[in-house]
Ligand binder design. Structure first.
Ligand SMILES: Cc1ncc(COP(=O)(O)O)c(C=O)c1O
Length: 364
């Protein structure tokens, strides 16, 4: 039998770290870096060690306030990545079934496998604009399912699931005694238009998020899980087996970032508006088939024919431009385009992508 511990790795993360960078980078899924020099930080605000035990109280308060939840429901974590890991580790045992959307963010799949889940899938279909369809969840859920996993906005498509659909999924999950994990890291990119977190739909919901994608603050690793207190408590104890104690400077910077979130959001909103217009103009002029998300930082077009892995090779080799091949989302005819980069770089990247697509179509 395959040992999940010794086969633990993420091909997507290896691609993202080692092969995705390019002069014109359309592979990233977050907004470009927010400069530290723009945050109102002075050296005397920072300290090496602090009073963190199970959380750093000022950070716990900010995260609780931002999400309108009580303190005991908040578990701060090193990015949404660790948040997802903790959420999964606390909600199922090896051998339990976990039902995950398809396509999805690869790390969710790999983490569930690593933790010993028997993974089942339910589809989010291109033909249906990648909609979260509760009926598809109902078809795949079983009495052994312990967790249903969803991204909102959906990675890779950017599709938005409203609270009515999420609540329906919640009822289906509750019917078999399962919980629902909603990764809301891209929901942050709706800024003030964001609906209330799915956490408020019931105590069987867990939500994960961070300041990584919408605010360009990946490096401070300000992530969190929202969960009912008993599950939150379990996650703090599991976290003792991992990093145990976070980087305190990161916690202090996270507090400052959360206190100044409107300032950080302003350039991100402007950039996304401009880049979305550029993306839509590019799609209008192209032969690609694409669900066009209203919000967020990514889109997931489909080639009329051919494999996006071959397109990627051509694009990086001849056009100094990168995207994410769809094979990392189990849909090799698609590729993911990120629109969180510098607008000039994004516009040039889209231009080059257009040229590469013409060349690619001529070859196919
Ligand atoms: C759905 C989803 N969750 C989590 C992450 C990781 O986020 P973080 O940088 O906050 O760990 C990503 C990054 O691509 C993602 O797409």
């Amino acid at each position: 039998m395959r040992n999940p511990r010794t086969s633990a790795r993420s091909p997507y993360m290896e691609f993202a770290k080692l092969r995705s960078s390019a002069r014109f980078n359309l592979a990233t899924s977050g907004v470009m870096s927010y400069p530290l020099s723009e945050l109102p930080v002075r050296l005397e605000h920072l300290e090496i060690n602090g009073p963190t035990v199970y959380g750093y109280a000022p950070l716990q308060e900010r995260i609780a306030r931002k999400n309108g939840v009580s303190l005991e429901c908040v578990v701060a974590a090193a990015g949404t990545s660790m948040a997802n890991h903790l959420a999964m580790a606390a909600t199922f045992e090896p051998g339990d079934e976990v039902l995950i959307e398809q396509p999805t963010y690869e790390l969710l799949l790999r983490t569930a496998e690593y933790l010993g889940a028997v993974v089942r899938r339910f589809p989010r279909r291109f033909e249906d604009d990648f909609r979260l369809d509760p009926e598809e969840v109902a078809k795949q859920i079983t009495p052994r399912t312990r967790l249903v996993v969803i991204t909102n906005l959906h990675n890779p498509s950017g599709a938005f699931a409203d609270n009515a659909a999420l609540a329906e999924v919640g009822e289906i999950a509750r019917g078999v005694g399962a919980r629902v994990l909603v990764d809301e890291v891209y929901l942050e990119a709706l800024f003030e238009d964001a609906p209330r977190s799915a956490f408020h739909l019931g105590n069987h919901f867990l939500v994960t998020s961070s300041l990584t994608k919408a605010y360009g603050l990946s490096g401070i690793r300000c992530g969190w899980v929202l969960a009912e207190p008993e599950v939150a408590e379990r996650m703090w104890k599991i976290n003792d087996l991992y990093g145990a104690t976070p980087v305190h400077v990161g916690e202090l910077l996270s507090v400052i970032a959360l206190d100044n979130l409107n300032r950080v959001a302003a350039p991100a909103k402007a950039l996304l508006k401009q880049n979305r217009e550029a993306l839509n103009a590019f799609l209008d002029a192209s032969e690609l088939e694409c669900f066009r998300p209203q919000y967020g930082t990514i889109a997931f077009p489909r080639l009329r024919c051919g494999n996006a892995g071959d397109l990627f090779d051509l694009l990086t080799r001849k056009y100094e431009t990168s995207v994410v091949p769809g094979k990392f989302f189990e849909m090799p005819q698609h590729f993911r385009v990120g629109i969180g980069g510098d607008p000039e770089m994004t516009a040039e990247g889209l231009k080059r992508l257009g040229k590469a697509l013409q060349k690619f179509a001529a070859k196919e």
